[in-house]
Design a binder for this molecule. Sequence first.
Ligand code: SAM
Ligand code: SF4
Length: 494
Amino acid sequence: MNTLKELTWKQERIAKINKYLETENRKDFIDDTYITSLINKRSTVDKPRIAELIARSKTIKGLSPEDAAYLINIDDKDVWEGLYEAARYVKNEVYGNRIVLFAPMYLSNECVNDCVYCGFRESNDAMKDKVMSYDEIKEEVKAFTSVGHKRVLTVFGEGPNSDANYIAGSMKTIYAVKNGNDEIRRVNINAAPQFVDEYKMIKQAQIGTYQVFQETYNKERYKQLHGKDHIKSIYKWRLFALHRAQEAGISDVAIGALFGIYDWRFEVLGLMYHAADMDREFGVGTHTISFPRFEPAINTPFYNNNKYKVTDDDMRRIVTVLRLSVPYTGMILTARETPEFRRELIQLGVSQTDAGTNIAIGGYTNGQDQVNKVMEKQQFEIGDKRSLDEYISELVDDGYIPSFCTADYRCGRVGCDFMALAKTGKMKKLCIPNAVLTFEEYLLDYASPAVKVKGEKLLNKYVEFVRGNATPAMHKQVEDYLARIRKGERDLYF
Ligand code: SAM
Ligand code: SF4
């Protein structure tokens, strides 16, 4: 239940938003009727057309929503095998064989909204509200960084104590924590939509990427799931949240949909139209796409009553079609999925994932053994409860180089600059060297003995890769930086 303070804050905010929206002239880029017509068209296997689409996607030109809809509706195992192979190819061409690692940190779960799928919703009496104080955040960051993390995705509920001031203050607090070699170098955010002046404050606090998930792009379904009198009930406020962030100068913005609350095919096309509209207005698409799958949460019966469950096979198709359609956009896989399934999805085009994840408020301070034991403070159940080191061990076995790189943002390679590099294949050439440097830091400072041994072997292979694929000057610089890191220097990057 909302407190009086929360209720007043919410009502004032809704009034302010409605007033603001009277001046919002942007055109709604989600045409529900057209998208529905696309996803309802039956697809018959047309081999020349499929071959042409695969060939085109391999030139990294992307696909139109109409082409994506055609592929989505194909029901032929062999065709999908070909598409999976193409997705693996595209991922490797743009990002190389490296996986960027981060973990989420939940800082507040107070929420004035009532999204039926979320454990934090205001009507959920089984959830204990908590907003971490800055002192508690400092302790959380120490625990979080002590295992090797350098990138964090902070997550917030929406309410008077989790507003833009609190978000910016949390970010400053996080960046200020230094403990030996432990530190956060990039703070990303998943928080409710804000006004432009609020985004400016958040940008000043050095935001990395800002994420807002539309949940469902279908307006009718959106209305059913988000109630009437909440901030989140206002579809348009959310749809243009990232446009406002761009207006405020936040260049790395990230979209997502909560898969499993409506027809997944609609959401794939919704994401594509969203990325295209950002590209049209700002000359840069979205930095990443997330495709979280709806998970059970405490006291959330909607999970069992919902008819739009997404199967593993659907998930494979979601990742594949997105990888082929928007090749320059990073794709984020989360620990909502099980270890076995994560291993499989990674191959299909994922470029970033969380690891060593704990989604309880204060969860890292309380220790990894508390994962999923404090359901009354966490949003949903996670599927992969392995530690960061255990996860890295598997990546190394599979030949992927883990990366803690945070260079792009600090070198100013964000937004358009990032896309320009990605589009000319130069990103891969910078990503692998930066992965090598940050992975060496991890091996020296945090790895278990077994991971250290096999990690160094893998690292040497990637240094050889740099020798074979980059300029001699770049290779020499990598070797020099590695030598300096081994002598104790940290945070060297390209
Ligand atoms: N309150 C902010 C908002 O709604 O934008 C940000 C934080 S919210 C905790 C982050 C995301 O969690 C939501 O956008 C939603 O996609 C996801 N989420 C909510 N309930 C979930 C569930 N039961 N399973 C998986 N993901 C869920
Ligand atoms: Fe609140 Fe976000 Fe959860 Fe909705 S999804 S109840 S807005 S925390």
